[in-house]
Design a protein around this ligand. Sequence first.
Ligand code: APR
Ligand code: PHB
Length: 390
Amino acid sequence: MKTQVGIIGGGPSGLLLSHLLHLQGIETVVLEQRSRDYVLGRIRAGVLEKGFVGLMEKAGVADRLKADGEVHASFSIASDGQMFDIDMAGLTGGDTVVVYGQTEVTRDLYAARDSVGGQVIHEAQDVTPHDVLTATPYLTYRTGDELHRVDCDYIIGCDGFHGVSRQTIPREKLNVFERIYPFGWLGVLSRTRPVSEGLIYARSARGFALCSLRSRVLSRYYVQVPLQDRVEDWSDDRFWAELKARLPGPVSERLETGPSIEKSIAPLRSFVAEPMRYGNLFLAGDAAHIVPPTGAKGLNSAASDVHYLYEALLAHYHENDESGLESYSEKALARVWKAQRFSWWMTNLLHDFPESGAFGQRMQQTEIDYLISSRAAQVSLAENYVGLPF
Ligand code: APR
Ligand code: PHB
């Protein structure tokens, strides 16, 4: 097989890039290790920045997002029982976020790829990039006993944190920056009415909690748990009791509980690998960087990479202009690090860090007090939450 751009990974990054390029007459093949059902079974954050929505519009796949997504102009922070609003729209001159599940984003992108006969190959095993330092790189993969080869001009690694792309780059060529947090998030999805129309990020002496939602009848809640906890340790009853104990009284009183539809624990990690290019292999999204979910920057950080790569590939194919590809890593990383800073800051603000002691707790409390009293501090939080420009 021959194509122009070979993409590893059929998550939101790979699919969005593939469809954007297709609309500009640039051919791609997407190789995805898993089945489509498996990819669509993953439940992930669903807070979309303006820039992400703009890319979906550019790709012509924003209709359902516009119809079913909920525009949020504010969110709340609760701390030790008190609660205050961050009026994102008022603080940023009108910017908002859209709450629309990442699973739905992926579903819409698959539908778009299918509608134009886009090549998305599922259950592609042993995907391997070759000759990425030459002008004729290629990919190999296996389906059953059959080995396939895809020749291409560029290989884009959109294969997430555990993918093969980053591992292809020799260790000595990569600088890795990492922070592993001493806790995880236990998440529950339930067919109950959300406790609040807006998101509530709650800090309490028992640890962090988050009230989020997928729709008017589908809620998504999280509590901070020790790293060693397992899902089996958390019955639904225990989860609801702990969530209530971490929320301000009036909120927990009106919380509607019900059986969990999904329950999982995710560790929290900050991670960046530099540079995001090795020869003709380019990394995008989770393949190059991970944020803790506080602030919902994972998918949005991936989107900025897709934006820079799309512009760079367009300039290369349509104008013979290599400058975008040359500067991709530098440009993408500048924004990646800002999203890293924000996610790290918000994680530090709201979680219980037992090892940071009494001083750390006072600093956290003071930071919250400052946020409540200072419009400047709120503007900084709001402009990051709605998303910095690409
Ligand atoms: N070969 C082919 N495909 C692979 C391989 C491999 N060796 N390894 C992983 N994949 C696939 C995964 O199955 C997955 O579908 O690559 C895809 C990567 O998708 P994501 O992990 O969703 O990463 P990305 O597309 O960059 O999306 C950004 O936003 O909210 C965050 O972390 C969240 O997924 C999220 C991300
Ligand atoms: C979610 O709805 O899953 C969600 C929302 C906001 C976050 C993290 C996760 O910061």
